[in-house]
Ligand binder design. Structure first.
Ligand SMILES: [Cu+2]
Length: 569
């Protein structure tokens, strides 16, 4: 028997104590009890055993209001160690509950549990949570719905309905086996067998017609769709036949509303969109299809769901389907990205750093490692695939960096090397093809002083397989101040930066053979993972940790660790 009651009263006591200790004046406190376990689902004519939270795929939703605190006790009844991350929640001063495996904590072992404190502050809109160990997030993820605080409202008319729409990858095989096999050959992992919309592949896949997801709407009403992309390795286009979407938010912040016939959404991103049921009462397809500008392998299938109007009408014999940008239409992808702009009004002010104290120019590449003889590597002879930031492929430590950092009295040099501020060898990044494909590896981190005003320019390169990369930073949201094709020009490009109303986001698409520039103020002390949100690229080392040092006061320093963290040995 699990000590469930004892656990819950323990949690409540902890909440009470936290309220006393940290004096949180605003916001309600919510508690969830989650059990991670294996669950059988039959999809695509095949019964698969997948890891879930509480037997549900996608997983349970967290509902809160701006400024609330949420406690989640994760009981791991699955066969693997696991961690859970709150994607896009800034967790002020509290990296301890952020969740990335071996960055802030060691895995919750099979049979163990861990209570995490999710501190909402300025986030409002849709965020999400997901497992952050190996590839378990494939089926262990769900939405975090953050409503306006009491006495405040949406910056748009209150919608008549509110529906979460989750995009996921589905594998018939055990996703851990897919990962293990790709690691043993060093090659690209097998691609997923389907994309799903709210857990269902839809009628273009075998054995999936009956279970296709449908959203029931009433004519004349407006719905807030809270869309999140948890797909493992592909960016996506999404469209609804005969209905335009008004994008009003992304990554837990509002944006200036704009209407679009399609969304471009990377893994890690969320989009809040308004859809008005203003067409003839009928059925309409919602369609999810990949965007890919690469020659590496990908899942080239299409998921569909339905919008169904309520009322009496004849079921259509032919259901309208939307038109789409072409699968490799990087121009349409980029056109969507540059339309995202912050509200930047008095109720939603922004503060873009303008006096940059730390400038980082970071190449983003897919690379190779040479394998020792007699290992099973099969890429271009005896190599395996790798990936890097500034020519360093991140090596995950076997203990948690955050704990090491704290235990070593915040001395970074004792736990990791510094990732260089710029590529070790400058070259014509987006055009030169003769740079070595091989990369170095190490546990290299970036260190910021508390309060640093940071600019990072991510630069795609022509090394190895080229493609768009969705880069994500934990512990922060940041402003996307510019993006473009080719090599970033430090002389001319900054003059075109948008410092007036850039979107405040947590994941950005770095265009293939192009660049994206972000800015943020380093005022959240802790150890924060930064990585490509393509699961296979993180596996290959397209990652680093950002360490933001403590400020001079308690309020500008990391909180002490909770009394229990999952042990590393
Ligand atoms: Cu990537």
């Amino acid at each position: 028997m699990k000590p469930k009651m004892g656990l819950i009263s323990g949690v409540l006591g902890f909440i009470f104590l936290s309220a006393l200790l940290f004096g949180k004046a605003h916001g309600a406190v919510h508690s969830y009890y989650w059990v991670v376990k294996e669950t059988k689902f039959t999809k695509l004519c095949t019964t698969s055993t997948v890891l879930t939270v509480n037997d549900s795929f996608p997983g349970p939703e967290i509902h809160a209001q701006k400024g609330d605190t949420v406690f989640v006790t994760v009981q791991n009844d699955g066969p693997y160690g696991i961690t859970i991350h709150w994607h896009g929640v800034r967790m002020p001063r509290n990296p301890w509950s952020d969740g990335p495996e071996y960055i802030t904590q060691c895995p919750i072992k099979s049979g163990g549990n861990f209570t995490q404190e999710i501190d909402l502050s300025t986030e409002e809109g849709t965020l999400w949570w997901h497992a952050h160990s190996d590839w378990s997030r494939a089926t262990v993820h769900g939405a975090i719905k953050v409503s306006p605080a009491n006495g405040t409202s949406y910056p748009f008319d209150e919608p008549d309905g509110d529906q979460t729409i989750v995009f996921s990858s589905w594998y018939k095989a055990n996703v851990m086996d897919v990962l293990d096999e790709s690691i043993s050959t060093g090659d690209d992992p097998n691609v997923s067998d389907a994309y799903t919309i709210n857990g269902e592949p839809g009628d273009l896949y075998d054995c999936s017609n009956e279970t296709m997801y449908s959203l029931l709407v009433e004519k004349g009403k407006t719905y807030l769709l809270r869309i999140l992309n948890s797909i493992l390795n592909e960016e996506m286009f999404f469209a609804i036949a005969n209905h335009s979407m008004t994008v009003v938010g992304s990554d837990g912040a509002y944006v200036k509303p704009f209407s679009s016939d399609y969304l471009f959404i990377t893994p890690g991103q969320t989009m809040d969109v308004l859809v008005t049921a203003n067409n003839s009462a009928s059925y309409y397809y919602m369609v999810l299809t990949p965007f890919l500008d690469t020659d590496s392998s990908y899942d080239n299938t299409t998921s569909r769901a339905l919008i169904k109007y309520s009322g009496n009408y004849t079921t259509p014999t032919s259901i309208p389907t939307p038109t789409f940008p072409n699968i490799s239409d990087s121009i349409s992808a980029q056109l969507f990205v540059v339309r995202l702009k912050s509200l930047a009004d008095s109720a939603h002010p922004i503060s873009v750093p303008k006096n940059i104290t730390r400038q980082i120019f970071m190449t983003v590449s897919v690379n190779l490692f040479a394998c020792p003889n007699s290992t099973g590597c099969t890429v271009d002879g005896n190599n395996k695939l790798a990936a890097s930031l500034n020519n360093n492929s991140f090596v995950s430590p076997s203990t948690a960096l955050l704990q090491e950092y704290y235990d070593n009295n915040y001395n970074v040099s004792l736990i990791a090397d510094e990732l260089p501020n710029k590529p070790p060898t400058p070259f014509n990044y987006s055009t030169v093809a003769n740079m070595s494909t091989y990369t170095k590896e190490g546990t290299q981190v970036i260190t910021f002083e508390y309060g640093d005003e940071v600019e990072i320019v991510f630069q795609g390169t022509k090394i190895g397989a080229t493609q768009n990369h969705p880069m994500h930073l934990h512990g922060y949201s940041f402003y996307l101040v510019g993006t473009g094709s080719g090599d970033f020009d430090n002389g001319t490009d900054p003059s075109r930066f948008n410092l007036d109303d850039p979107p405040e986001v947590n994941t950005i698409a770095v265009p293939r053979l192009g660049w994206s520039a972000i800015r943020f103020k380093a005022h959240n002390p802790g150890v924060w993972f930064m990585h490509c949100h393509f699961e296979r690229h993180t596996t290959w080392g397209m990652a680093t940790a950002v360490i933001v040092k403590n400020g001079d006061t308690n309020e500008t320093s990391m909180r002490p660790p909770p009394s229990y963290m999952p042990p590393c040995s």
